[in-house]
Write a protein that binds this ligand. Structure first.
Ligand code: NAG
Length: 262
């Protein structure tokens, strides 16, 4: 049974296409609209298929939100949580996630035993659901511009996980933000960043983020870490690698492990 292609199409049709086409009925004018509708469905299916060719347990809702909201590496964080737990062990007890759609990661983390979680949402939360609004109300999730210092004391968290956020920062801001993430953590920073090849599929995000992501190669990142004197956490990287192999997990994003600032 192939759940990816079929369901989004049906949902799309139920949601808009059919009533609209019905209302203009047999007039010839309806056909361009119909073709555009079909094109959009096709594009959604194609993007969904390309993204999820290898994804195991991704639901249709996630697939759609990924296509529409474009938080691909934030989704990847959720997929990677069991592997991160294996690699980081006790360090996963107090986690800050930074990135779009942080409510989804924070809610998932909060369901784990012995895990406290907080989130920083770098973009506005206009379309937040009730659960997310409640997290904001409780102060667990904050909306904050990550170009500025984060409102937390040094070492407030054991781990900081960032996804889909650094890709949008120029080196000038990265120079401030990345050390900030290392400052507020005690046991490390984990970066989920898009691949160079992901550029085209992300065009839909432009309206939300205001600027295109600068997808950087791993060579770029590693040179950047060296230049800015941020140290890679090799022990954690090795454990992550081992846990990934064991669970046949292949990240759809680049994952880097950095040490916290002491
Ligand atoms: C960022 O920091 C590095 C290392 O301190 C420096 O070499 C580089 O010029 C800085 N980049 C910008 C754009 O400020």
């Amino acid at each position: 049974m192939s759940r990816r292609p079929v369901n989004p199409a049906r949902r799309f049709a139920d949601g808009g296409s059919i009533p609209f086409v019905g209302s203009v009925q047999s007039k010839t004018r309806s056909s361009p609209f119909l073709s555009i509708g079909l094109l959009v469905v096709g594009a959604i299916l194609l993007i969904g298929y390309l993204h999820y060719g290898s994804g195991g347990s991704t639901t249709v809702k996630e697939a759609l939100s990924k296509v529409e909201g474009g938080s691909s590496c934030t989704l990847e964080v959720q997929r990677a949580l069991p592997v991160l737990k294996k690699a980081y062990g006790d360090s996963m007890h107090k986690v800050l996630h930074v990135g779009p759609d942080t409510c989804s990661v924070v809610s998932k983390l909060l369901k784990e035993d012995d895990t406290q979680a907080w989130g920083v949402e770098p973009y506005d939360l206009d379309d937040a659901d009730a659960g997310c609004k409640s997290l904001v109300h409780k102060g667990i999730v904050r909306v904050a511009d990550i170009k500025f210092p984060l409102p937390y004391r040094a070492k407030s968290f054991s781990l900081v996980i960032v996804s889909d956020a650094l890709d949008y920062l120029s080196p000038r801001y990265l120079n401030r933000t990345l050390p900030e993430l290392a400052r507020v953590s005690s046991d490390g920073v984990i970066i989920f960043s898009g691949y160079l090849g992901q550029q085209r599929a992300k065009v839909t995000e432009l309206s939300k983020f205001g600027r295109p992501a600068k997808y950087r190669s791993s060579t770029w990142w590693i040179r950047y870490f060296v230049e800015t004197k941020l140290e890679e956490n090799e022990a954690a990287a090795n454990k992550f690698e081992q846990a990934s192999t064991k669970r046949s997990y292949k990240p759809a994003c680049q994952v880097f492990h950095l040490r916290s600032l002491h």
